[in-house]
Every structure is written in structure tokens, then in C-alpha cells.
Design a protein around this ligand. Structure first.
Ligand code: IPE
Ligand code: IPE
Ligand code: MG
Length: 246
């Protein structure tokens, strides 16, 4: 595989490939501002990093890549930035729709639809439908996503089932909750990457990352390279996951 040919020759660690990688793609604005550019340039450049990250996952055989694109809290930003982000998202969905098919990538989206512009929802639905039969990498975009909202939605749905008599409270276990999250069809992330150095989760996949390995880099998302991604995977490969055991 071309990926391995490009690997640093000094590295002897055998790569353990995580099944599911989740990424908090942070630092777009700061990356741009540090270069005297408007924040939106960081978002534009960040879209390139998304393409790069997908390529690495396809080559390595990562099964699921979940990317935090827009949080339920990001609506607090100025209107101009929000408009730009929605436009970029729409453009990305239109442009990448063809690449998804070429690279055998299946797209899905997690988050609430309410609040998203109709034209973005339309392109989202189109790209999801067009890639639904594909069997390679599963690319899951978290858009208008908040983990507490997701858990709230799950609790509501389960409460409704109890109310209708479809199950009793004592039948509710951890798997019931997992099955009612937006991520019901996904394994939990093995590796969580956050760019740009913040040591927090910002309302991302709180239930699902209980036992994920964390990898945080100071590097901003627009400059997150193939090499950085490989570093994260190499580091992950050296971790000893105990899940509470010995
Ligand atoms: C991440 O970059 C992208 C989104 C949250 C949409 P930011 O826009 O948060 O960039 P910083 O963290 O302000 O630098
Ligand atoms: C998290 O980044 C959300 C996304 C990457 C989409 P933020 O920039 O919104 O996180 P905070 O505000 O620094 O916690
Ligand atoms: Mg940020």
C-alpha cells in the first residue's frame, strides 16, 4: 500500500488500525487569524483536511470516521460566519458526492435537522441516498450535533415506548440507550482526535467515547496532515486498552 511506503523508516511499531476514529476538527479560525486571514479562510482550508483525512482512512482500512463539523452550540457565532459555514457545507456535499462513489465511501449524518437550511438538508439527503449502497469507509458527519441533545432525544424516545407499553423501565439497559442514540448503527469510537490543543469534549459523543483513546494535538485542523494522522495511529497502536480490567 502506498501509505506504508510513505511511512517514516525509523518507525518499528506495528500499526493497530482503529475501527472507528472520531475527530473534533478545531482551530480553523485561529489558524486563519494567525496568518492575517479572515476566519472563513480557515474553514475553507479545513475542508481540504477533511478530504485528506478520508483518504488516509480509506488507505488504512479504518471502517468509520466521524467528524464534528458543526455543534449545536456553534449557532452562537456571528451570522456571517454561520452563512459561510452552511454554504461551505452545501458546496462540500455537492462536490464530494461524486468522490464518495469513486472511493466507495458511505455517507451518513448525525445531529438534529431542525435549524439547518432547507438547501443544505436537500444536498445532505441526496448525498446520503447516492452513497447508501457503498461498502467502504463509513463517513459520518456530525452537523448541528450536541451529545446532550442526542441523549435527551434518546430518553424521550425510550419514555414514549414505556408509555405505549412497548417495554417496561426495568427492561432498559445500556444497549437500549445505545440503540436510541443517533449513532445506533456505529461501533463506539476507538480513537478520539482533537486538533488545536483544547482539553475538552465540547459536547461530542459523550456516551460513545467512554473508553475511547484520546489523542490531542496543538496542530490546527487546516494544517492537520497525513503525517499527523499517522502519528495519532502510531500512538494509538502503543496504547494498552484495559476497559477496567488488568
Ligand atoms: C472548528 O474551528 C470549526 C467549527 C467549530 C465550525 P473553529 O471555528 O472553532 O476555530 P477556532 O477554534 O475558533 O480557532
Ligand atoms: C467544537 O469546536 C465543535 C466543532 C469542532 C464543530 P468549538 O470551537 O465549537 O469548541 P469550543 O467552543 O472551543 O469548546
Ligand atoms: Mg474552536
Amino acid at each position: 500500500m502506498s501509505f506504508f511506503r510513505r511511512k517514516k523508516p525509523s518507525t518499528t511499531t506495528e500499526l493497530v488500525i482503529p475501527k472507528h476514529v472520531a475527530i473534533i476538527m478545531d482551530g480553523n479560525g485561529r489558524w486563519a487569524q494567525a496568518r492575517g486571514l479572515p476566519r472563513i479562510e480557515g474553514h475553507r482550508q479545513g475542508a481540504q483536511s477533511v478530504r485528506r483525512a478520508c483518504e488516509v482512512c480509506v488507505e488504512l482500512g479504518v471502517q468509520v470516521l466521524t467528524l464534528y463539523c458543526f455543534s449545536s452550540e456553534n449557532w452562537k457565532r456571528p451570522k456571517e460566519e454561520l452563512d459561510f459555514l452552511m454554504g461551505l457545507l452545501k458546496q462540500f456535499l455537492i462536490q464530494e458526492s461524486k468522490t464518495l462513489v469513486e472511493k466507495n465511501i458511505r455517507l451518513s449524518v448525525i445531529g438534529r435537522r431542525d435549524g439547518l437550511p432547507e438547501d443544505v438538508l436537500d444536498e445532505m439527503d441526496r448525498a446520503i441516498a447516492k452513497s447508501a449502497h457503498l461498502t467502504g469507509l463509513h463517513l459520518c458527519l456530525a452537523i448541528n450535533y450536541g451529545s446532550r441533545q442526542e441523549i435527551t432525544d434518546a430518553v424521550r424516545a425510550i419514555a414514549q415506548k414505556v408509555h405505549e407499553g412497548a417495554c417496561t423501565p426495568d427492561q432498559i439497559d445500556e444497549s437500549t440507550i445505545s440503540k436510541h442514540l443517533y449513532t445506533a448503527d456505529l461501533p463506539d469510537p476507538d480513537l478520539l482526535i482533537r486538533t488545536s490543543g483544547e482539553l475538552r469534549l465540547s459536547n461530542y459523543l459523550l456516551w460513545q467515547i467512554s473508553y475511547s483513546e484520546l489523542w490531542i494535538t496543538k496542530r490546527a485542523w487546516p494544517e492537520f496532515s497525513r503525517h499527523d494522522f499517522l502519528d495519532a495511529i502510531e500512538d494509538y497502536s502503543k496504547r494498552h486498552r484495559r476497559f477496567g480490567g488488568l
